[in-house]
Structure formats: C-alpha cells, structure tokens
Design a binder for this molecule. Sequence first.
Ligand code: FES
Length: 119
Amino acid sequence: MSEATYHPLARSEELEEGKGRPFELEGHRIALVRHEGTVYAIDDLCPHADASLAFGPVENGCIACPWHYAEFRLSTGEALSGPTPRGIRTYAVREAEGEVSICLDLPASGDNAETSPEV
Ligand code: FES
C-alpha cells in the first residue's frame, strides 16, 4: 500500500560482519552495520554529543558510541545504557542481489532485512 522509496547505499561485500560504515544520504548521516548477518541502518549521530556511531563496537544486538559508550539497540535505536536516555532513528533495510538499500521514511521495525520476492 505505501510507496516506500528505497535508496541503494552499499554493496553487500562492503559491509563486514560485526562492523559499521558511515554513509550520507540526502543530508542524513547513516551508519550501516552488519551484525549476525543482518544489516541495520541507524543514525550515525550520537544524541549525547554528536559522535559518529559507525565505528563503535558491536555486540549482542547493540552498538556502543566510541566516545562515552552510550549503547543503542540496533533493531530499535533504543538507548540501553550510558550518558543519554535518547535513542536514535533506525531505517528499514533491504538487501537483495548484492545491494543494500534503505528507506528514510520507514523505521527498521517490521521491515528490517526484508528480502522482497518481487525485487
Ligand atoms: S557522544 Fe556518544 S556517548 Fe557521548
């Protein structure tokens, strides 16, 4: 029903397991993170003091800010611990035919890592 637009952002092989990479899309700083095979897209901007989250350590479904270790759940953006209670935005991700695309208008929940049969 919704006409969500997915923007190609990376090739699958660019995203190593357990690591993030920073990207920019339409003025948004986005981090793509592959964790246990799934690619997550989150804001690459820590709400505490604007650090890039893309190179933070990834563990147990979470990424930690490399500056003061605020921890965010990759699937929801929820802040779990650290110096800020504010979470981050997540974006719906599609990985198909070696390409990773994200939708700026949809959060990850419910649509994350969906592989669309019609693509
Ligand atoms: S800038 Fe991320 S926890 Fe301080």
